[in-house]
Design a protein around this ligand. Structure first.
Ligand code: IPM
Ligand code: MN
Length: 367
């Protein structure tokens, strides 16, 4: 496996980035993200050292290996990770997802999954009468616990007496650090300053007893932030009916997974949605949330903007706010003035042409 890192080659202004193009359309969208990051770094006087790791279905099919300890260690030395997508219809579900994506999240303790839901001008939303003023919020999803922790098992598999158990794990430490992060994110965002806890206190009375108590306790340290609580089913309804009610939403892992796909649709589809798997003290991983989209792979028609916005999130987390703004500005220009749509094959441009348009705008902008 390539991707070796020479640590003493690091300099102050150079970031070591682990790049995992992955499966399906992952490599195509990551190529555009790298182009954009290259243009932005030139303008802003910082540099990247890319460390490519060919993880995913192909590597698994060849070697039977998902992610080795050695590769994990090498990645851990990087400042951040940039991931395309993991998942392949020819590999049984769960192997690559659990062996690579979830393993990375857990091993690197990326305990926050940060997913901005923001409708940019010029992008169509399926919501009637809602626009960029109404659709702009952030979901903070707990990323290492809940049903994803993997507790449980199957007894007497295949027999009529079969039992399947999948338990949801929540720890005080895990819940508290996620909630604290959400309050801080809400303060930093400095908009409505409203944090919504999304749960299911009426049925999941153990899990959300812990979440709600912790939420109320932590809230005392943030008197400037307004708080409220919404059940997850009702939240789905309000996200569609009144998305403008939300500023920052904090929730557990499984609920966060579900509501952020709904959110992605509100903001114009999977092609433009990005997320960060964040360890505030360690190495974070940034990815478009559209997945590997195998039916569009190799055709140069997939929308790379989700991957490019993931690169923007990465720059924000690295502390390169100006570079991040530059990417967002260029994406907004291209969405507003150039693209005909955001779906695969509906942009009026190819994947690489969209990347070129964004790069051209960045190169042409002042400074
Ligand atoms: C996501 C994805 C993953 C998840 C899958 C691929 C394991 O859906 O990042 O939201 O469920 O977390
Ligand atoms: Mn998901």
């Amino acid at each position: 496996m390539n991707g070796r890192i020479v640590q003493d080659a690091m300099t102050q202004s150079e970031y070591d980035i682990a790049v995992i193009p992955g499966d399906g359309t992952g490599p195509e969208v990551i190529a555009e993200g790298l182009k954009v990051l290259g243009a932005v770094s030139k303008k802003n006087g910082f540099g990247f050292a890319w460390h490519r790791f060919d993880l995913g279905a192909e590597h698994y099919k060849k070697t039977g290996e998902t992610l080795s300890d050695e590769v994990l260690e090498a990645m851990q030395l990087c400042h951040a990770m940039y991931l395309g997508a993991i998942g392949d219809p020819e590999v049984p579900p769960g192997i690559l997802e659990k062996g690579i994506l979830l393993r990375l999240r857990f091993a690197l303790d990326q305990y926050i999954n940060l997913r901005p839901i923001k409708l940019y001008p010029g992008v169509e939303t399926p919501l009637k009468d809602k626009g960029p003023d109404e659709i702009d919020f952030v979901v903070v999803r707990e990323n290492t616990e809940g049903l994803y922790a993997g507790a449980g098992g199957i007894l007497r598999r295949g027999s009529p007496y079969e039992v399947a158990i999948q338990e949801s794990i929540s720890t005080r430490m895990g819940v508290e650090r996620c909630i604290r992060y959400a309050f801080e994110a809400c303060r930093r965002r400095n908009r409505a300053k409203k944090l919504t806890l999304c749960g299911k206190t009426n049925v999941l009375t153990y899990t959300f007893d812990l979440w709600e108590r912790t939420f109320k306790e932590v809230a005392r340290s943030y008197p400037d932030i307004e708080t409220n609580y919404v059940h997850v089913d009702a939240l789905c309804m309000w996200m569609v009916k009144n998305p403008e009610w939300f500023d920052v939403i904090v929730t557990e892992n499984m609920f966060g997974d579900i509501i952020t796909d709904l959110g992605a649709m509100l903001q114009g589809g999977m092609g433009v949605a990005a997320g960060g798997n964040i360890n505030p003290q360690g190495t974070s991983m940034f990815e478009p949330i559209g997945g590997s989209a195998p039916k569009y792979a190799g055709q140069n028609i997939i929308n790379p903007i989700g991957a490019i916005l993931a690169a923007k999130l990465m720059l924000e987390t690295l502390g390169e706010a100006e570079g991040a703004q530059m990417i967002e500005g260029a994406v907004m220009k291209v969405l507003r003035e150039d693209l005909k749509g955001t779906g695969a094959g509906e942009m009026g441009y190819s994947t690489s042409e969209v990347g070129d348009l964004i790069v051209a705008f960045i190169e042409g902008s002042g400074g």
